[in-house]
Design a protein around this ligand. Sequence first.
Ligand code: NAD
Length: 357
Amino acid sequence: MPSKKAIITGSGGLIGSECVHLLHDEGWDVIGVDNDMRRQFFGEQGSTLPVVQQLRSTLPRYQHLDLDIRNRQAMRDLLQAERPGFIIHAAAQPSHDKAAAIPYDDFDVNAAGTMNLLVAARDFCPESPFCFTSTNKVYGDRPNTLPMVEHEKRYHYANGLDGIDETMSIDNCLHSIFGASKVAADVMCQEFGHYFHMPVGIFRGGCLTGPQHAAVELHGYLTYIIVCAVAGRPYTIMGYKGKQVRDQIHSRDVARLFLEFYHQPRCGEVYNLGGGRQNSISILETIDVLAEMGFSLKYEYNPTNRVGDHICYISDLSKIRSHFPGWKLEYDLPAIIDETVRRQAGLLSLKPRTAMI
Ligand SMILES: NC(=O)c1ccc[n+]([C@@H]2O[C@H](COP(=O)([O-])OP(=O)(O)OC[C@H]3O[C@@H](n4cnc5c(N)ncnc54)[C@H](O)[C@@H]3O)[C@@H](O)[C@H]2O)c1
């Protein structure tokens, strides 16, 4: 009987905490590793300590370890002692923009931290499925070279392209420091799959979202816009006329996919993971939806886009759908926005005027 004990890094974060809940619901013993480094990256507003406290107080089979994934020996000791049956690695420095100011920390967490976990997994539990949360930023700014059409409120791909699949090159483009440190981790995860035949899955996330995200200006795009609209805080649109498009996927759908991978793992397989075309939305469209719900966003426009920012990124989910036919998106865009608006409004005792759904 394989061990029903999982280790989840970044367990206080958006994806980590959702995975903790799902696995716990499914009867797993879960060990979470998170040192609240998000607070160090983004300040008090980015702290994931409240989420960790909630996990600790509500989930009896959750054990929290305040460990740093950069600590190689600590990771080896942990995996040797616990030999988990499943590893989800979601701890990261997650911001594209922040990385340029802290390149050593970014690389040490994203690349070296991932290496620490991979080698420890190889040495102590090589048969255990390992999910790595990579990013669409591994494609750098190459998606911006695709032909686009400009509509009134959004960009879209020309020529009927539905989304970006895993065959896009990750080479010879501008990645940002964050994108490059994630490429290092992404390729190393693939290598441990191919070279050591370990069941490592690499999931290149688009815009991952959920109401529990400790969203800040530099990370947590959709939740941060909603926080600003609901709380009446000013927001700055950075470039592309506000028509930049992202495909949104709820963290619960991400966690459910990781569990599918646990049941049907493959060695070193790469997947593009997002909400796909049906869950894609631009900033201007998001502002309209929020206004209909009674929350007008106060915003200003800065014509300079973020370095290497995608104009339009939509994931092609065909490969995921073919490898995991039992998985489908449970959260559509209205459900995602509605849930996050309600949570933010609830925190301020406000009522949305309408539901999006
Ligand atoms: N949220 C998105 O839109 C998105 C998109 C694409 C990819 N991803 C990737 O998904 C993963 C999870 O993202 P998220 O949104 O949940 O991020 P998050 O910032 O909400 O969670 C990451 C957690 O990792 C912890 N952490 C950071 N450094 C650590 C360290 N050295 N040791 C232990 N814990 C540490 C943080 O404290 C935080 O709680 C990341 O790898 C990110 O790059 C996220």
